[in-house]
Design a protein around this ligand. Structure first.
Ligand code: CO8
Length: 260
């Protein structure tokens, strides 16, 4: 099978680019997330690699979020294995020593939004056809505490309270207004602006920036680190409930109907 993520690493600039290329919508499957974690580990180990830009090679979509098929009709063991790698992805990215920038060139619901929230800076294509947000409640599921806290850490308590209860998906202009993204640019400039922004961030003394980043993020990261097993158990018992499985099925049917 072809790689779901293409990594371009430029040794002269110290900047790596991850192109997500898992058709059709870069859904975060077990395989995708495993590949992402392995790529991250390699980059993190390379001391010359100081910056990471994450973007999509799929048209119109940054990432459709967690692959619903990994959570539907699967055994508790499978769900647990899947959740572990979702945690791993978040722990690695939210705690990364690199400067991380999301170049959001398409829609980014749920897990896709979480992925971009782990970055230090978000640049989104100013296209009203795209949306971003933690829409979990619309699927009848609940964003776990670390999704919620990542959101609170970005847009504050009140915005999160409304966004998560209603499962809001924001158009770019609204996302900018609440600080869910940092900058909107014309679609064809998302990547070039991300590169320019990276250059600026990389001028800051690295050690000072890294310590500051971990000071901001470690309280949230530590909470998951010390509760990983319980969080997996929670997820598995929740997602395998008959009523939740039914919600997921209805949501998938809705996606198909919308298409027809
Ligand atoms: N997982 C699996 N398959 C998906 C997903 C997904 N997340 N999203 C889309 N697909 C499938 C579609 O069903 C469709 O399949 P098919 O071709 O077989 O009909 C195919 O991908 C293409 O999708 P669309 O035709 O809808 O493509 P569009 O370009 O029109 O739209 C969107 C792209 C906007 C991304 C749209 O597909 C969409 O809104 N998808 C759903 C996104 C979503 O709501 N994801 C939530 C996933 S849950 C999550 O990430 C966090 C869960 C936290 C768990 C907590 C529990 C305790």
């Amino acid at each position: 099978t072809s790689p779901k993520i293409k990594v371009d690493y430029d040794q002269t600039t110290g900047v790596a680019v991850m192109h997500m290329q898992s058709p059709p919508v870069n859904s975060l499957s077990l395989d995708f997330l495993t590949e992402l974690c392995i790529s991250l580990e390699k980059l993190e180990m390379d001391k010359g690699c100081r910056g990471l830009i994450i973007t999509s090679n799929q048209p119109k979509v940054f990432s459709a979020g967690l692959d619903i098929l990994e959570m539907y009709g699967k055994s508790p063991e499978h769900c647990g294995e899947f959740w572990k790698v979702v945690q791993e992805m978040w722990l690695k990215l939210y705690g990364s020593n690199m400067v991380t920038i999301a170049a959001i060139n398409g829609s980014s619901p749920a897990g896709g939004c979480l992925l971009s929230l782990t970055c230090d800076y978000r640049i989104m294509a100013d296209n009203p056809l795209y949306s971003i947000g933690l829409n979990e409640t619309q699927l009848g599921i609940v964003a776990p505490f670390w999704f919620k806290e990542t959101m609170v850490n970005t847009v504050g308590h009140r915005n999160t309270e409304v966004a998560l209860q209603l499962g809001l998906l924001y158009k770019p202009a609204e996302a900018l207004k609440i600080g869910l993204v940092d900058q909107l640019v014309p679609e064809d400039q998302v990547f070039s602006v991300a590169t320019q922004t990276m250059t600026k961030w990389l001028t800051i003394p690295e050690h000072a920036r890294q310590i500051t980043k971990s000071m901001m993020r470690n309280p949230t990261i530590d909470k998951l680190r010390t509760n990983r097993e319980a969080d997996i158990q929670n997820f598995v018992s929740f997602i395998t409930k008959e009523s939740i499985q039914k919600s997921l099925r209805m949501y998938m049917e809705m996606l198909k109907q919308r298409k027809a």
